[in-house]
Design a binder for this molecule. Structure first.
Ligand code: ZN
Length: 348
């Protein structure tokens, strides 16, 4: 009975967001291409970029490449004419003096009332760099973690910005430095937001989008969301998945356990409904030098990204804002932060 009621509630919630596969949306989704993802990732995860440690020359080269793709997609620079939000990050145990940058571009919304509200689509583009000693391969290429999320952000930017009629809300595409050093880039963004946080209605962060060989078994045509039932965002993406033939759901243990394990937590802590989507949580080459781009299933990646794109379009076109679930005690502190940010005028 309780279960049936819950299903009914989530069905009606997602109906209000309408993840319809209209013709313009389908045409945009069709532009998401396995070949394009492969092309981007073979560069981002190449040895030339030396494992994209924070800070490093390889990380900065990756940043330039991402900015070039944002420029090509027609995104506006997110930071006063620049795609870079640069700082000298404090890194525990070091006296770092080298800068690192978040890369930020925005697709302006088309609706007069909603264009000053924002959806964030993000991933971390850093990884572990180079191992100091040892024989053989010493470069942590980070193809799946999180080159895959990084090239997903580029590909989503390119597909969504190709629509003749842009989404109603503005969509911020962003890649973070320093996740592997403790969510440094996303935390920095939360402290120095480039767009008003109280007008930022959701964040979709992408991790581990490429590999299908989860340590628990193959994961095809499926993605999982962290904090799946902490907010309405989960049901919106589940419905978008249904419309595109992709299962979007909750991992019985990891969806909750990993909610705090990626950059979404930096904005969730500030009250913004923020979640990470991934195909696998743990895969065989996780945090090893063998996390190589050749092991990625690009065709599965393209088809799952179509579901992700439809979820983003749905959130971006709806006047309704996602909310933390009052009924889930695990969401309570994020809901409190949301209320504190929105003030007494918070919509019901
Ligand atoms: Zn990661």
């Amino acid at each position: 009975m309780a279960l049936a009621l819950l299903a009914l509630l989530s069905a009606s919630a997602s109906a209000q967001w309408k993840p319809d596969l209209t013709r313009p949306r389908r045409e945009a989704l069709d532009r998401i291409s396995a070949d394009s993802l492969r092309g981007h990732l073979s560069f981002i995860a190449s040895d030339l970029l030396e494992g994209r440690g924070t800070p490093s020359r390889g990380l900065n080269v990756a940043a330039e490449y991402i900015a070039a793709q944002f420029r090509r997609a027609g995104l506006e620079p997110g930071n006063a004419g620049s795609y870079f939000q640069t700082t000298v990050p404090k890194i525990r145990g070091t006296e770092n003096t080298e800068p690192a940058s978040n890369v930020v571009g925005v697709l302006r919304g088309s609706d007069e009332a909603l264009r000053d509200t924002y959806i964030v689509v993000s991933a971390h583009y850093d990884h572990l760099g180079i191992r100091r000693d040892g024989e053989g391969d010493r470069i942590f290429n980070g193809a799946n973690d999180d080159g895959s999320g990084t090239v997903s952000v580029m590909e989503l930017a390119s597909a969504i910005s190709s629509m003749k009629e842009r989404p109603k809300r503005s969509v911020i595409f962003m890649t973070f430095f320093g996740e592997e050093r403790g969510m440094l880039g996303s935390t920095y963004y939360g402290q120095h937001p480039l767009f008003p946080l109280e007008k930022t209605v959701a964040m979709i962060n992408l991790e581990h989008m490429g590999r299908t060989d989860d340590t628990e078994g193959p994961r095809l045509s499926a993605v999982v969301m962290t904090g799946f039932d902490y907010s309405d965002v989960g049901s919106v993406f589940a419905a978008a998945g249904k419309a595109t033939g992709i299962e979007v759901g909750k991992h019985p243990r990891n969806s909750d356990a990993f909610f705090v394990a990626s950059d979404n937590i930096a904005l969730a802590a500030l009250g913004i409904p923020a979640h990470t989507l991934c195909t696998t949580f743990i895969f065989p080459d996780y945090h090893k030098v063998s996390d190589h781009w050749e092991k990625v299933d690009f065709s599965n990646m393209a088809s799952t990204l179509r579901a992700v794109a439809l979820g983003i379009m749905t959130l971006a076109d709806s006047p309704r804002e996602p909310r933390w679930r009052e009924t889930n005690p695990k969401a309570a502190k994020f809901l409190e932060a949301w209320k504190a940010r929105k003030g007494p005028a918070a919509p019901p």
